[in-house]
Design a protein around this ligand. Structure first.
Ligand code: SF4
Length: 926
């Protein structure tokens, strides 16, 4: 049904609104305060509390503003005395069973409306609005025992008013259904799981319930987050590529709580357990708060900034003079801002004179850049997260969104609940696989064969979008011919996926219009990483799923700013926006701006840096915001390289594993302590805003890098990160319209080619960014992965993330998330476990060609027989001691997802893991 504009009068003002709007929508838009308790804009209207009562001319009595749609000619009085009396009476009844001390607690003098924005307890705001300091009613009150067993979520049902917002938030925002009403009448109450506790329920600790609770019934315990705060700063989460907008609440100069920003474009008022709760690491007692220099006996001592920076600059200059600029290499940080990454790459190229700079995309999404550029033209996801809400079919492959990108995972679950089709291709039975139409449980390392098999069926069964192919693609004939060799039976023999499921998935994907692909590191961290990315692009092209909402190929970037750090040129091969070093026009533009020559030949990629260090060709490394000794593959090799260096500088917020080999540590800033931008996985450049200053002597990262550049004899003119962004925009056509001022709270999705350009939600509406404007279909054969199971190493190890942790776990291990997931556990199928005599919580040894590690077993059908899964968040386990140096040949991205290993029980009696090995969320899977 079409929307209509209607004209109505509200509190004497004549206004227009859509006929889909409610009276409450219009009142809020007009800045009129109508009290509410059961209402949350993120949820379907409920109309239960009757606190938002207003008068409507001609109505038989007051109406609920939150559920009453506006209509033509309506006359509304939000201050109608009868409506106010009804609502006040309701609130007084609610207060009759609300603790008097909670009502009085922290109350501030109300403004004109009684609506005090700094008081985060909505019930107190509403009571103040009606001038209610207490209830007249006496009578029975509930007395519940408080539940504080969860590390973050504290439940005090004595403050619960039964509005049901927490239950609805868990259902409608998160899709987990962990909360419910239980009991009847007076005994009705909110329960988690089967009236156990949050910690023991299916709760994923996203905090949606805490965020929506209008009282202190669900709160963050120690932080007293629902009490008053001094200021709120809106910023962008620093944990994953979703880029959730966060409201950071500050009291007394400290962060006391984080809420999802309701208007956040990529999260729509939602967060996960990391973004919302795991912020205490920024004030951890072992935070680096002073520069440190290594004594000759190997111990650390504090140093002044002047001494430490002077030493670093002097050594770099000396090494450059003696061995040349290419004897120095820098690793930049995909956790840090675009401006910091840009300044570091400028320092490396202009002040040092080398192109030896790389970032962690090398070991995660470099195949995305190479593959998408080659097939479609741009190094970015084609569509937006909002497209999840409109697509007819989601094809999720090599990604585990409900753990790796939880807010997107929740949005996908909601899409599924509204009826979208779901195909999952993953060797593990991840949470989304359990609710999918088709789960293609392929053998690790067989992506390319599977995608070719799907394409074969699409051609064979005439499911092609021939018009799209004719108008917009190149290379179709050769590609279609090549696909003949990938009939479903043959693909079944390679992948282990039954031919019938391959055919079903191909039909589902190709006949759903539109259909969207979302993929992750299970595609890129393969020896055929680039080929996998290109095969997925092929599927989009053949079915016309590009250039329109709800379609496309969308990489889920791992770290928060993998996209941005690469966009701004912290790579050995490119200047900003993937313009090659040997592109003379671009290089000369940078040289003219920077006043220094730039090398034309590419620099070293991260694995090459390690090789050159071992051969003594590389003398110095500066590692900014990365922990390469824990996260890069084949740890022994990395350690050998780091030991061989004459100078290793670690610029970080903690003494990380890499710092064991460092000569100097420079204390930087967390995302809460600086201003700049991150770019998320949908190409959205978003503001990061400083909420609190860095602790102790720690400095803002941009200041450290500018200081270093000046000491290297190349002072830069920038006064702020906004200044730096202006220079990026000046030198980068795709970012020409970007400035901090314009980004505001919504950000902008590149390309933004002009100051008045609104940004680009969907790429390629009418042509591709390739030289001929067409998408390049790419024929490639599947090749066996670098390692396969053998008698000596009969299992295939897959590595990946846990929900509560983030990459090296540096931050999350220093928060309450450690209680939720306190160890890296190895998942093992029950039939394998039985054969090996292994049970849950047994200590097992996992061995590969390169070494062995030990951890506890988790016996589960999440993995297929013959496969094991291990996360990599705990340095004690050293998962990457096992992984190999095999890599994608074009990008050097490691083959983390396929490692041949042996698994055996460690004999004897050992300490049990910190929690049962079934761990977090077992009920979701088993
Ligand atoms: Fe959002 Fe990712 Fe941060 Fe979670 S970790 S709050 S999903 S950006």
């Amino acid at each position: 049904m079409k929307r209509r504009l209607v004209t109505l009068t509200i509190d004497g003002r004549e206004v227009q609104a859509s006929d889909r709007a409610t009276i409450l929508d219009v009142a809020r838009r007009e800045g009129l305060y109508v009290p509410t308790l059961c209402y949350d804009a993120r949820l379907a209207s409920f109309g239960a509390c009757r606190v938002c009562m207003v008068g409507v001319a001609g109505a038989r009595g007051p109406v609920a503003a939150c559920t009453t749609p506006v209509r033509e000619g309506m006359v509304v009085d939000t201050k109608d005395p009868t409506a106010q009396r009804v609502a006040r009476g309701v609130v007084e009844l609610v207060l009759s069973d609300y603790p008097a001390d909670a009502l009085a607690r922290d109350a501030r003098v109300a403004g004109d409306t009684g609506h005090d924005q700094t008081d985060r307890n909505e019930l107190r705001q509403v009571a103040r609005h009606f001038g209610l300091a207490k209830s007249r009613y006496e009578g029975e009150r509930h007395t519940y025992v408080k539940d504080d067993r969860h590390p973050y979520i504290k439940m005090d049902l004595n403050e619960c008013i039964m509005c049901g917002r927490c239950v609805r938030a868990c259902d409608e925002i998160q899709g987990t259904f962990a909360l419910a009403f239980a009991g009847r009448g007076w005994d009705t109450k909110i329960v988690a799981g089967t009236d156990s506790s949050f910690a023991d329920s299916a709760c994923v600790s996203c905090g949606a319930c805490v965020s929506t609770c209008p009282t202190g019934a669900l709160d963050e315990g120690a932080f007293k987050a629902k009490e008053t705060i001094d200021k709120t700063v809106t910023t962008t989460c620093a944990y994953c590529g979703v880029g959730c907008s966060l409201d950071v609440h500050v009291r007394g100069g400290e962060v006391v709580a984080i809420d999802p920003a309701l208007e956040g474009p990529s999260n729509l008022g939602h967060t996960c357990v990391k973004g919302r709760f795991a912020h205490q690491y920024a004030r951890a007692s072992d935070r680096l708060t002073s520069p440190m220099m290594r004594r000759t006996d190997g111990t650390w001592r504090d140093a002044s900034w002047d001494e430490a920076m002077g030493f670093v600059a002097e050594r770099l200059v000396a090494i450059k003079e003696k061995h040349g600029p290419d004897a120095i290499a820098f690793i930049s940080s995909s956790r840090c801002t675009n401006e910091e990454n840009y300044i570091l790459m400028k320092l490396v190229r202009a002040a040092i004179g080398t192109n030896n700079i790389d970032n962690c995309s090398r070991v995660c999404h470099s195949p995305t850049s190479a593959g998408l550029i080659a097939s479609l033209g741009e190094s970015g996801g084609t569509n937006s997260f909002a497209d999840i809400d409109v697509t007819e079919c989601l094809f999720v492959t090599g990604a585990n969104p409900t753990e790796g990108h939880p807010v997107i995972g929740a949005r996908m679950k909601e899409a599924r609940l509204r009826g979208a089709k779901l195909i999952v291709a993953d060797p593990r039975r991840i949470e989304l696989a359990a609710m999918a139409d088709v789960h293609l449980q392929l053998r690790p390392g067989t992506n390319v064969a599977l995608y070719n098999g799907l394409a074969h069926v699409i051609v064979r069964d005439d499911l092609l979008d021939l018009g799209f192919i004719a108008n917009r693609a190149a290379g179709f004939e050769a590609y279609a011919e090549h696909l003949r060799g990938y009939d479903p039976k043959k693909v079944e023999s390679i992948t282990g996926v039954p031919a019938k499921l391959i055919e079903a998935a191909a039909h589902l994907y190709a006949t759903s219009k539109p259909a969207a692909i979302f993929y992750g590191l299970g595609v890129t961290e393969q020896a055929q990483g680039v080929s996998g990315v290109r095969c997925l692009a092929n599927l989009c092209v053949m079915t016309g799923n590009l250039g329109k909402a709800g379609s496309g190929s969308n990489p889920l970037r791992g770290q928060n700013n993998v996209q941005g750090s690469s966009d701004v040129g912290a790579l050995p091969t490119y200047l900003t926006m993937y313009r090659k070093m040997d592109d003379d026009v671009t290089r000369h533009a940078f040289e003219a701006k920077w006043g220094r020559p730039i090398q034309k030949q590419r620099g070293l990629m991260i694995p090459e840096m390690f090789d050159r260090a071992i051969t003594k060709d590389l003398k110095a490394m500066y590692v900014f915001g990365e922990d390469i000794a824990q996260t890069d593959p084949n740890v022994h090799h990395v350690e050998e390289a780091l030991k061989a260096l004459d100078l290793l500088v670690v610029h970080d917020i903690f003494e990380n594993v890499t710092a064991r080999f460092a000569h100097v540590m420079l204390p930087g800033s967390s995302f809460l302590e600086k201003t700049g931008t991150f770019t998320n996985a949908e190409r959205r450049i978003q503001m990061v805003n400083e909420a609190v200053p860095p602790p102790g002597e720690a400095r803002r990262d941009l200041d450290i890098l500018l200081d270093l550049s000046a000491r290297l004899g190349y002072p830069m003119p920038h006064r702020s990160s906004a200044d730096v962004m202006d220079e990026i925009a000046e030198l980068t056509p795709h970012w020409a319209g970007v400035s901090h001022e314009r980004l505001g709270k919504q950000g902008l999705q590149w390309p933004v080619p002009a100051k008045d350009h609104p940004g680009t939600a969907v790429l390629y509406p009418d042509h591709f960014a390739t030289p001929n404007g067409r998408a390049n279909l790419f024929a490639v054969d599947w090749e066996a992965p670098g390692e396969s199971a053998s008698d000596r190493f009969p299992f295939i190890l897959i590595t990946g993330r846990q929900l509560a942790h983030y990459n090296s776990g540096t931050q999350t291990r220093r928060t309450g998330n450690l209680e939720l997931q306190p160890a890296d556990l190895v998942e093992l199928h029950p039939t394998d476990a039985e054969r090996l005599g292994v049970a849950d919580d047994d200590l097992v040894e996992i061995e590969s060609e390169r070494g062995k590690v030990q951890t506890w077993a988790c016996v589960t059908t999440r993995v297929a027989p013959g496969n094991v899964f291990l996360s990599f968040h705990f340095p004690e386990v050293k998962t990457n001691l096992l992984t190999s140096a095999n890599a994608d040949p074009l990008t050097s991205c490691p083959e983390y997802k396929v490692t041949a290993v042996d698994v055996r029980k460690v004999p004897g009696v050992h300490a049990a893991p910190p929690v049962t090995a079934k761990g977090f969320r077992q009920d979701v899977y088993d």
